[in-house]
Design a protein around this ligand. Structure first.
Ligand SMILES: Cc1ncc(COP(=O)(O)O)c(C=O)c1O
Length: 351
């Protein structure tokens, strides 16, 4: 029953069965109404192929939001597509900062790229010296899924060296906030021009659009050109282009900012509730999820399912094990109901 939980390609959506309270998938509720309206307004256009004008609008929205030039933007059918394109850069040795999202490994491995895992010990502070010198491609998640750790810009910069490309997966960056200063996206380097850095972003998490497949990548124009060679025509549909234009436009950026504040508040409450219940929070979280560790975690996960809750085992992440459970941040009342259920299960198990 639990053996599939160790498969590298498994994601939280496999746990979020209909009818369960979903703590497994890191997607916020949504999409917000203004996005729904914009998408609904385009249904009548679906007889046409996605237009150059829709593509241009989305590129302009992304470039404007990050203060980049238009030729530094590549639109993606979800951040996941960005990993799939990386082998086009012909890396000879990829280093993956672990634990982290498993798709970069799967994409690079299936293209035959040699890989080294750089496994950080808890609390998963970035150690640039641990990256092999020969790595000409380094992939880092910031904030990292599933640890929720946010690495400072200085540490990310430490990964750079001549002859190397650094890929930063910022799929959750739009939900980050410096709670002491109120600054949004405190560790994002999306707005930084550098020839050796690729930033991959998603709109599927914060805007509740996982089913649509929309994201983008920011890099130097010559890297964008290499990544785009041989790509199929119309890689993004009209609705995905419309969503990107809206998410990166003024209303979208306001929405992300509000979501970041909501997440910060709900996450603080969640950490307090978990800690009070004696559940280990593995590292100070900065994203819309919290990594926990508990004895008998797999058994607890199974029993929580019977009680109506879906949680994500993090056993299939490199560097983590069957004690680790990742919880999506939810409102305090929903979190309270989960913790009550965990307490009941722990009592049943005598742990
Ligand atoms: C860290 C991370 N990066 C990228 C992705 C993929 O995002 P998208 O839905 O935009 O393909 C995910 C999805 O779970 C993720 O967790």
């Amino acid at each position: 029953m639990t053996s599939g939980l160790f498969a590298r390609h498994r994601h939280g959506d496999a746990d979020a069965e209909p009818g369960l309270v979903d703590f497994a998938v890191n997607v916020r509720g949504g999409p917000p109404e203004f996005i729904c309206d914009a998408l609904a307004g385009r249904i009548g256009d679906l007889a046409h192929y996605p237009s150059i004008s829709d593509q241009e609008k989305a590129i302009t929205a992304v470039a404007t939001a990050h203060d980049r030039s238009r030729d530094e933007v590549l639109l993606l059918a979800g951040a996941a597509e960005g990993f799939e394109l990386l082998p086009r850069l012909a890396p000879t040795h990829a280093a993956l900062i672990q634990p982290s999202f498993t798709e970069p490994e799967l994409a690079l491995r299936s293209a035959g790229v040699p890989i080294s895992d750089v496994v950080l010990p808890p609390p998963w502070e970035l150690a640039p010296d641990a990256v092999p010198d020969s790595a000409d491609l380094v992939v880092l998640g910031n904030p990292t899924n599933p640890t929720s750790v946010l690495h400072p810009v200085s540490a990310v910069d430490g990964l750079r060296k001549p002859g190397r490309l650094v890929v930063v997966d910022e799929a959750f960056a739009d939900i980050t906030l410096d709670v002491s200063t109120g600054a949004g996206e405190p560790a994002s380097i999306a707005g930084t021009r550098a020839d050796d850095v690729i930033v991959i972003r998603s709109v599927t998490k914060t805007f509740g659009l996982a089913g649509l497949r929309a994201g983008y990548l920011l890099a130097a124009p010559d890297i964008i050109a290499q990544l785009a060679v041989g790509r199929r025509p119309w890689p993004l549909g009209t609705l995905a282009l419309t969503a990107l234009t809206e998410c990166l436009g003024p209303a979208g950026r306001r929405h992300a900012r509000v979501q970041a504040e909501v997440v910060a508040t709900e996450r603080a409450e969640m950490v307090a509730q978990l800690t009070a219940a004696g559940i280990e929070v593995c590292a100070a979280p900065s994203a819309s999820f919290v990594l926990t560790a508990m004895p008998n975690a797999l058994e607890i996960k199974e029993r929580l399912r019977d009680k109506g809750f879906a949680v994500r085992s993090a056993a299939n992440f490199v560097g983590l094990d069957d004690r680790h459970i990742r919880l999506a941040v939810r409102d305090p009342q929903t979190t309270r109901s989960l913790i009550t259920a965990i307490d009941e299960v722990r009592e049943e198990l005598g742990t």
